[in-house]
Design a protein. Sequence first.
Length: 26
Amino acid sequence: MAVPKKRTSISKKRIRKNIWKRKGYC
């Protein structure tokens, strides 16, 4: 993955938030 750490962290956070929303945690 040749992407800045900041971008990867943001994308990971967005993906995790999506997973949480999908499971219905938020």
